[in-house]
Design a protein around this ligand. Structure first.
Ligand SMILES: Cc1cc2nc3c(=O)[nH]c(=O)nc-3n(C[C@H](O)[C@H](O)[C@H](O)COP(=O)(O)OP(=O)(O)OC[C@H]3O[C@@H](n4cnc5c(N)ncnc54)[C@H](O)[C@@H]3O)c2cc1C
Length: 468
């Protein structure tokens, strides 16, 4: 048989023009056409030992779904994908594939890996277009008679709930907010992940029989112990890590200094992105400083542009090389005009009067030896203080877990950072009958790692319920 010729370049993803898109909230990446998807799928070598699969925390059968796609059998491709991934349209858009499945692709030794995420998105979007999808997925397993409560409708909770429902258990998902999706809805902006895409995947989870109770804050509306008394046999905690961290520098409580959580919640959940249909109280200002170098900082800076800011700065204390944000998102932000001020660290927020922040005073930084995170430690250079004139600042330093559930649930062991101690393989906590996964167990991480935790816990909860 003739050897397959290697195609080392991936099919580029069509995107909105940077100048236009910096002023609208429509999706930036437009998705592959049918021809582009087939062309990219044809690059896959269909390795006899597919290592790409090992790079995926939810074990998506990558070669199988790509093979079916290129043979034109989209139904089979969709089935392979959906059997393992409850939220493929989400993962196809926001997973850091470059660190996972695509990093493992053998083509990386010679050129660009297969664009697995883009192909996943293509098939997932095809699934969402199929109107009969929900009815085709109705569960056919016999009911186990066991009841599970899942707390938090983000990626960890949705995945765990879906897997347990597929195993025949009766699952109720309790969500504090008025809408399900977690960070996928209230954090990640519309131009990266449309709300309708998330909602369609939430509806899929409901179609499996999962009951979602919104506006229900576990620890306030009822406690974990109340849930056991109501007859739940097992509880999976997935409330995320939604409490913002701050710089703790002077001026941080000035007007127009936001946490990224508040800013993005106003944009997403309170629908500032739909102005003028929704006239949400939010002030993006004309000159905006976003402090931080992660995905959250990129999202906040790009939202500020879209809300009318003329100059938006990312202020980050290390170099761009150390930035935790995905490369794709950094590139998108730069293309849209966001200005990167790296090796720069804020010292205080400055105001002249009660009108709010007027400038961020910063130091220049240099990098020293690696610290406990493995990254080179940023050190302030003496006598380098300078001001950046701004009228809004957004602090995007990361988040930590909220204490509501730990403080109302006796017997849960916690780490110093406030995360719940869990067995990483099973999600078991120190309390019998209670599992935990996602950002609440690991600290702020990724969508796919939260989904992987939801899946592992579902396997263990299912085994536990069968022993009762
Ligand atoms: C702005 C932003 C951008 C990001 N971008 C990316 C990205 O591009 N790629 C990526 O992989 N990751 C990204 N992340 C990280 C990723 O979104 C999270 O790691 C992931 O959502 C964690 O999932 P989770 O299910 O643990 O928690 P969450 O998504 O936080 O969901 C937790 C849910 O629990 C609910 N809840 C909280 N407390 C209670 C309670 N007491 N009772 C009931 N419900 C409760 C919350 O309202 C929420 O709906 C981003 C995060 C942010 C904030």
């Amino acid at each position: 048989m003739a050897r397959k010729e290697l195609n080392l370049n991936r099919v580029p993803m069509p995107k909105q023009d940077p100048v236009e898109r910096a002023r609208n909230f429509e999706e930036v990446s437009l998705g592959y056409s049918d021809e582009q998807a087939i062309e990219e799928a044809n690059r896959c070598l269909q390795c006899p030992r597919p290592v790409c699969k090992d790079g995926c925390p939810v074990n998506v059968p990558i070669p199988e779904f790509i093979k079916a796609l290129r043979e034109g059998d989209l139904q089979a491709s969709a089935q392979a994908l959906k059997d393992k991934n409850t939220l493929p349209a989400v993962c196809g858009r926001v997973c850091p594939q470059e660190e996972q499945c695509e990093a493992a692709c053998v083509l990386t030794r010679k050129g660009a890996p297969v664009a697995i995420g883009r192909l996943e998105r293509y098939i997932a979007d095809w699934i969402l277009k199929q109107s009969e999808e929900a009815s085709a997925e109705s569960p056919s397993v016999s009911p186990s008679g066991r009841k599970v409560a899942v707390v938090g409708a983000g990626p960890a909770g949705l995945t765990c709930a879906a897997d347990l429902a597929r195993s025949g258990h009766s699952v109720t998902l309790f969500e504090a907010l008025h809408t399900a999706g977690g960070v996928l809805k209230y954090g990640i902006p519309e131009f990266r992940l449309p709300k309708r895409t998330v909602e369609a995947e939430v509806q899929f989870v409901k179609s499996l029989g999962v009951v979602i109770e919104l506006d229900n804050v576990v620890g306030r509306t009822e406690t974990v112990d109340d849930l056991f008394e109501e007859g739940f046999d097992a509880i999976f905690l997935a409330p995320g890590a939604g409490a913002p961290m701050f710089l703790n520098i002077p001026g941080e409580n000035l007007n127009n200094v936001y946490s990224a959580n508040e800013f993005l919640t106003r944009v997403n959940l309170m629908k500032a992105y739909r102005f003028p249909q929704y006239d949400t109280p939010i002030r993006a200002g004309k000159r905006v400083a976003v402090i931080g170098g992660g995905n959250v900082a990129m999202d906040a800076s790009r939202c500020a542009l879209r809300l009318g800011a003329e100059k938006v700065y990312i202020i980050y204390r290390r170099s761009e090389h150390e930035m935790p944000a995905r490369e794709e998102e950094r590139e998108n932000a730069k293309e849209e005009g966001v200005i990167f001020k790296v090796l720069t660290n804020p010292r205080r927020f400055v105001a002249d009067d009660q009108a709010g922040v007027r400038a961020v005073e910063c130091y220049e930084m240099e990098l020293g030896e690696p610290d406990e995170s493995g990254r080179r430690r940023p050190i302030a250079k003496p006598d380098t203080a300078f001001e950046i004139e701004v009228d809004t600042a957004i602090v995007a330093l990361g988040t930590r877990p909220n204490a509501i559930i730990p403080t109302t649930t006796p017997g849960l062991e916690l780490t110093r950072e406030g995360t719940i101690v869990t067995d990483l393989k099973t999600g078991r906590t120190s309390r019998t009958g209670v599992w935990c996964g996602g950002d609440m167990a690991t600290g702020a991480a990724t969508v796919i790692s939260a989904m992987g935790a939801g899946r592992r816990a579902a396997v263990d909860i299912d085994a536990y319920l069968r022993t009762l």
